[in-house]
Write a protein that binds this ligand. Sequence first.
Ligand SMILES: O=c1ccn([C@@H]2O[C@H](COP(=O)(O)O)[C@@H](O)[C@H]2O)c(=O)[nH]1
Length: 275
Amino acid sequence: MTPFGTRLHEAVAARGPLCAGIDPHAALLREWGLDDDVAGLERFAMTAAEGLAPHVSVVKPQSAFYERFGSRGIAVLERLIAACRDAGALVLLDVKRGDIGSTSQAYADAYLDPASPLASDAITASPYLGFGSLDPMIDTARKHGAGVFVLALTSNKEGPEVQHATTASGTTVAGTVLDHLRRLNADASPLGSFGAVIGATIGETGEDLAFNGPVLAPGYGAQGGTVADLKRIFGASAGAVLPSSSRELLRHGPDAGALRDAALRTNDELAGLAG
Ligand SMILES: O=c1ccn([C@@H]2O[C@H](COP(=O)(O)O)[C@@H](O)[C@H]2O)c(=O)[nH]1
Protein backbone atom coordinates (compact mmCIF):
# COMPACT_ATOMS: atom_id res chain seq x y z
CA MET A 1 0.00 0.00 0.00
CA THR A 2 1.33 3.45 -0.89
CA PRO A 3 2.13 5.33 2.34
CA PHE A 4 -0.27 8.10 3.34
CA GLY A 5 2.47 10.76 3.14
CA THR A 6 3.11 9.91 -0.52
CA ARG A 7 -0.61 9.88 -1.34
CA LEU A 8 -1.07 13.21 0.42
CA HIS A 9 1.90 14.75 -1.40
CA GLU A 10 0.40 13.73 -4.75
CA ALA A 11 -3.11 14.90 -3.81
CA VAL A 12 -1.89 18.34 -2.72
CA ALA A 13 0.15 18.69 -5.93
CA ALA A 14 -2.97 17.91 -7.96
CA ARG A 15 -5.65 19.80 -6.00
CA GLY A 16 -3.95 22.25 -3.64
CA PRO A 17 -3.46 22.24 0.15
CA LEU A 18 -6.93 23.23 1.40
CA CYS A 19 -8.45 20.76 3.87
CA ALA A 20 -12.22 21.25 3.75
CA GLY A 21 -13.94 20.64 7.07
CA ILE A 22 -17.42 19.11 6.92
CA ASP A 23 -18.84 20.10 10.30
CA PRO A 24 -22.65 20.10 10.40
CA HIS A 25 -23.15 22.65 13.19
CA ALA A 26 -26.80 23.05 14.20
CA ALA A 27 -26.55 26.75 13.25
CA LEU A 28 -25.30 25.86 9.75
CA LEU A 29 -28.11 23.36 9.25
CA ARG A 30 -30.54 26.18 10.05
CA GLU A 31 -28.73 28.60 7.70
CA TRP A 32 -29.03 26.00 4.93
CA GLY A 33 -32.79 25.76 5.60
CA LEU A 34 -32.47 22.25 7.03
CA ASP A 35 -33.90 20.72 10.19
CA ASP A 36 -31.50 19.79 12.97
CA ASP A 37 -32.26 16.08 12.59
CA VAL A 38 -30.79 13.05 10.81
CA ALA A 39 -32.45 13.90 7.48
CA GLY A 40 -30.99 17.43 7.68
CA LEU A 41 -27.60 16.00 8.62
CA GLU A 42 -27.64 13.62 5.65
CA ARG A 43 -28.63 16.37 3.19
CA PHE A 44 -25.97 18.70 4.58
CA ALA A 45 -23.20 16.08 4.50
CA MET A 46 -23.98 14.83 1.00
CA THR A 47 -24.29 18.37 -0.43
CA ALA A 48 -20.95 19.29 1.12
CA ALA A 49 -19.41 16.11 -0.33
CA GLU A 50 -20.84 16.93 -3.76
CA GLY A 51 -19.53 20.50 -3.69
CA LEU A 52 -16.15 19.94 -2.06
CA ALA A 53 -14.82 16.39 -2.39
CA PRO A 54 -14.16 16.39 -6.18
CA HIS A 55 -12.09 19.58 -5.84
CA VAL A 56 -9.99 19.47 -2.68
CA SER A 57 -7.14 17.16 -1.68
CA VAL A 58 -8.46 16.47 1.82
CA VAL A 59 -11.84 16.62 3.57
CA LYS A 60 -12.06 16.60 7.34
CA PRO A 61 -15.38 15.58 8.88
CA GLN A 62 -15.53 16.38 12.59
CA SER A 63 -16.90 13.18 14.13
CA ALA A 64 -18.64 14.95 17.04
CA PHE A 65 -21.23 16.55 14.76
CA TYR A 66 -22.30 13.09 13.52
CA GLU A 67 -22.02 11.33 16.90
CA ARG A 68 -24.55 13.75 18.41
CA PHE A 69 -27.26 11.94 16.38
CA GLY A 70 -26.24 8.50 17.71
CA SER A 71 -26.02 5.44 15.49
CA ARG A 72 -27.96 7.06 12.65
CA GLY A 73 -25.51 9.97 12.67
CA ILE A 74 -22.58 7.54 12.53
CA ALA A 75 -24.28 5.86 9.55
CA VAL A 76 -24.34 9.26 7.80
CA LEU A 77 -20.64 9.65 8.61
CA GLU A 78 -19.94 6.24 7.04
CA ARG A 79 -21.74 7.27 3.85
CA LEU A 80 -19.99 10.65 3.81
CA ILE A 81 -16.55 9.04 4.11
CA ALA A 82 -17.34 6.65 1.25
CA ALA A 83 -18.72 9.45 -0.97
CA CYS A 84 -15.69 11.70 -0.41
CA ARG A 85 -13.21 8.90 -1.11
CA ASP A 86 -15.15 7.94 -4.26
CA ALA A 87 -14.79 11.59 -5.38
CA GLY A 88 -11.01 11.34 -5.04
CA ALA A 89 -10.51 13.25 -1.77
CA LEU A 90 -8.47 11.88 1.10
CA VAL A 91 -10.54 11.69 4.27
CA LEU A 92 -8.96 12.90 7.50
CA LEU A 93 -11.44 12.00 10.23
CA ASP A 94 -11.18 14.45 13.12
CA VAL A 95 -11.83 12.24 16.16
CA LYS A 96 -8.93 13.22 18.45
CA ARG A 97 -8.78 9.77 20.03
CA GLY A 98 -6.26 8.65 22.63
CA ASP A 99 -6.33 6.00 25.39
CA ILE A 100 -4.24 3.23 26.91
CA GLY A 101 -2.56 1.08 24.26
CA SER A 102 -5.05 -1.81 24.23
CA THR A 103 -7.93 0.60 23.65
CA SER A 104 -5.89 2.59 21.13
CA GLN A 105 -5.76 -0.61 19.09
CA ALA A 106 -9.56 -0.73 19.03
CA TYR A 107 -9.66 2.89 17.83
CA ALA A 108 -7.09 2.01 15.17
CA ASP A 109 -9.25 -0.93 14.06
CA ALA A 110 -12.31 1.33 13.92
CA TYR A 111 -10.80 4.13 11.84
CA LEU A 112 -7.70 2.86 10.04
CA ASP A 113 -8.43 -0.75 9.09
CA PRO A 114 -9.85 -0.79 5.54
CA ALA A 115 -12.32 -3.48 6.65
CA SER A 116 -14.08 -1.03 8.97
CA PRO A 117 -17.14 0.90 7.76
CA LEU A 118 -15.53 4.07 9.17
CA ALA A 119 -12.14 3.44 7.50
CA SER A 120 -10.47 6.76 6.69
CA ASP A 121 -7.18 7.79 5.15
CA ALA A 122 -6.05 9.43 8.40
CA ILE A 123 -7.28 10.43 11.85
CA THR A 124 -6.44 12.97 14.50
CA ALA A 125 -5.08 11.59 17.78
CA SER A 126 -4.47 12.96 21.26
CA PRO A 127 -1.04 12.20 22.82
CA TYR A 128 -1.88 13.18 26.40
CA LEU A 129 -1.79 9.61 27.73
CA GLY A 130 1.84 9.56 26.55
CA PHE A 131 2.96 9.43 22.92
CA GLY A 132 3.72 5.70 23.20
CA SER A 133 0.05 4.99 23.96
CA LEU A 134 -0.58 5.84 20.29
CA ASP A 135 1.74 3.06 19.05
CA PRO A 136 -1.16 0.78 17.98
CA MET A 137 -2.51 3.61 15.82
CA ILE A 138 0.93 4.28 14.35
CA ASP A 139 1.54 0.57 13.63
CA THR A 140 -1.92 0.07 12.13
CA ALA A 141 -1.50 3.19 9.99
CA ARG A 142 1.83 1.88 8.68
CA LYS A 143 0.27 -1.49 7.89
CA HIS A 144 -2.59 0.02 5.87
CA GLY A 145 -0.96 3.10 4.31
CA ALA A 146 -2.92 5.48 6.54
CA GLY A 147 -1.88 8.57 8.49
CA VAL A 148 -2.15 9.90 12.04
CA PHE A 149 -2.16 13.62 12.94
CA VAL A 150 -1.17 14.16 16.57
CA LEU A 151 -2.22 17.24 18.57
CA ALA A 152 0.84 19.45 19.14
CA LEU A 153 -0.02 23.17 19.24
CA THR A 154 -3.77 23.43 18.89
CA SER A 155 -5.66 26.48 17.65
CA ASN A 156 -7.68 27.10 20.83
CA LYS A 157 -6.56 29.63 23.43
CA GLU A 158 -6.57 27.01 26.24
CA GLY A 159 -3.96 24.77 24.52
CA PRO A 160 -0.78 26.50 25.77
CA GLU A 161 -1.56 25.61 29.42
CA VAL A 162 -0.65 22.00 28.58
CA GLN A 163 1.29 22.23 25.34
CA HIS A 164 3.82 24.90 26.45
CA ALA A 165 4.48 23.17 29.77
CA THR A 166 8.00 21.85 30.27
CA THR A 167 8.52 18.12 30.78
CA ALA A 168 11.07 16.45 33.08
CA SER A 169 13.56 16.33 30.20
CA GLY A 170 13.38 20.12 29.76
CA THR A 171 11.51 20.00 26.44
CA THR A 172 7.98 21.38 26.14
CA VAL A 173 5.06 18.97 25.75
CA ALA A 174 4.56 20.20 22.17
CA GLY A 175 8.29 19.88 21.45
CA THR A 176 8.22 16.29 22.75
CA VAL A 177 5.33 15.45 20.39
CA LEU A 178 7.23 17.01 17.48
CA ASP A 179 10.40 15.06 18.40
CA HIS A 180 8.44 11.79 18.31
CA LEU A 181 6.98 12.71 14.92
CA ARG A 182 10.45 13.65 13.60
CA ARG A 183 11.69 10.17 14.54
CA LEU A 184 8.66 8.42 12.98
CA ASN A 185 9.09 10.34 9.69
CA ALA A 186 12.90 10.21 9.57
CA ASP A 187 13.34 7.97 6.54
CA ALA A 188 10.21 8.96 4.61
CA SER A 189 10.29 10.60 1.20
CA PRO A 190 8.79 12.81 -0.13
CA LEU A 191 6.80 13.22 3.10
CA GLY A 192 6.13 11.18 6.22
CA SER A 193 2.71 9.84 7.13
CA PHE A 194 2.69 11.10 10.72
CA GLY A 195 1.48 14.65 11.06
CA ALA A 196 1.02 17.31 13.69
CA VAL A 197 -1.96 19.51 14.44
CA ILE A 198 -0.65 23.07 14.68
CA GLY A 199 -3.20 25.88 14.65
CA ALA A 200 -3.14 28.74 12.15
CA THR A 201 -3.81 31.01 15.12
CA ILE A 202 -0.82 30.31 17.38
CA GLY A 203 1.72 32.91 18.49
CA GLU A 204 5.49 32.59 18.63
CA THR A 205 6.51 29.32 20.33
CA GLY A 206 10.21 28.89 19.56
CA GLU A 207 9.50 25.27 18.55
CA ASP A 208 11.20 23.65 15.55
CA LEU A 209 8.19 22.94 13.32
CA ALA A 210 10.13 20.97 10.67
CA PHE A 211 9.62 17.23 11.18
CA ASN A 212 9.31 15.81 7.65
CA GLY A 213 5.58 15.27 8.05
CA PRO A 214 2.34 17.00 7.19
CA VAL A 215 0.71 19.66 9.35
CA LEU A 216 -3.03 20.05 9.82
CA ALA A 217 -3.53 23.77 10.47
CA PRO A 218 -7.06 24.39 11.75
CA GLY A 219 -8.09 27.90 12.66
CA TYR A 220 -7.72 29.24 9.14
CA GLY A 221 -10.86 31.27 8.33
CA ALA A 222 -13.56 31.37 11.02
CA GLN A 223 -11.07 31.39 13.92
CA GLY A 224 -9.13 34.30 12.40
CA GLY A 225 -6.05 32.58 10.90
CA THR A 226 -4.85 34.09 7.58
CA VAL A 227 -2.36 33.29 4.82
CA ALA A 228 0.01 35.79 6.46
CA ASP A 229 -0.30 33.83 9.74
CA LEU A 230 0.50 30.57 7.95
CA LYS A 231 3.64 32.15 6.45
CA ARG A 232 4.61 33.66 9.81
CA ILE A 233 4.16 30.39 11.71
CA PHE A 234 5.54 27.87 9.22
CA GLY A 235 7.99 29.82 7.06
CA ALA A 236 9.96 27.43 4.85
CA SER A 237 7.97 24.42 6.15
CA ALA A 238 4.66 25.85 4.85
CA GLY A 239 4.72 23.49 1.83
CA ALA A 240 3.63 20.56 4.01
CA VAL A 241 0.79 22.48 5.67
CA LEU A 242 -2.91 21.70 5.16
CA PRO A 243 -4.83 24.83 6.18
CA SER A 244 -8.20 23.61 7.40
CA SER A 245 -11.42 25.58 7.15
CA SER A 246 -14.91 24.41 8.11
CA ARG A 247 -17.47 27.15 8.94
CA GLU A 248 -15.94 29.77 6.63
CA LEU A 249 -16.34 27.40 3.65
CA LEU A 250 -19.64 25.86 4.64
CA ARG A 251 -21.42 29.20 5.02
CA HIS A 252 -21.42 29.30 1.18
CA GLY A 253 -23.96 26.42 1.07
CA PRO A 254 -26.47 25.00 0.44
CA ASP A 255 -25.61 25.41 -3.25
CA ALA A 256 -23.01 22.76 -4.15
CA GLY A 257 -21.61 24.96 -6.93
CA ALA A 258 -21.09 27.84 -4.51
CA LEU A 259 -19.25 25.49 -2.15
CA ARG A 260 -17.03 24.35 -5.02
CA ASP A 261 -16.29 27.97 -6.01
CA ALA A 262 -15.42 28.89 -2.42
CA ALA A 263 -13.03 25.93 -2.17
CA LEU A 264 -11.35 26.75 -5.48
CA ARG A 265 -11.02 30.43 -4.47
CA THR A 266 -9.51 29.46 -1.13
CA ASN A 267 -7.00 27.15 -2.80
CA ASP A 268 -6.04 30.06 -5.10
CA GLU A 269 -5.42 32.22 -2.02
CA LEU A 270 -3.24 29.48 -0.56
CA ALA A 271 -1.26 28.96 -3.78
CA GLY A 272 1.71 31.09 -2.69
CA LEU A 273 2.15 29.20 0.57
CA ALA A 274 4.78 26.74 -0.59
CA GLY A 275 6.86 29.35 -2.43
O1 LIG B 1 -6.44 22.67 17.19
C1 LIG B 1 -7.50 22.34 16.64
C2 LIG B 1 -7.79 21.05 16.27
C3 LIG B 1 -8.93 20.78 15.60
N1 LIG B 1 -9.83 21.74 15.32
C4 LIG B 1 -11.04 21.36 14.55
O2 LIG B 1 -10.99 22.02 13.28
C5 LIG B 1 -12.29 22.49 12.93
C6 LIG B 1 -12.26 24.01 12.89
O3 LIG B 1 -13.49 24.50 12.40
P1 LIG B 1 -13.67 26.02 11.90
O4 LIG B 1 -15.13 26.11 11.66
O5 LIG B 1 -12.86 26.18 10.64
O6 LIG B 1 -13.21 26.90 13.00
C7 LIG B 1 -13.24 21.92 13.98
O7 LIG B 1 -13.68 20.67 13.50
C8 LIG B 1 -12.36 21.73 15.20
O8 LIG B 1 -12.81 20.70 16.04
C9 LIG B 1 -9.56 23.03 15.68
O9 LIG B 1 -10.34 23.96 15.44
N2 LIG B 1 -8.39 23.30 16.34
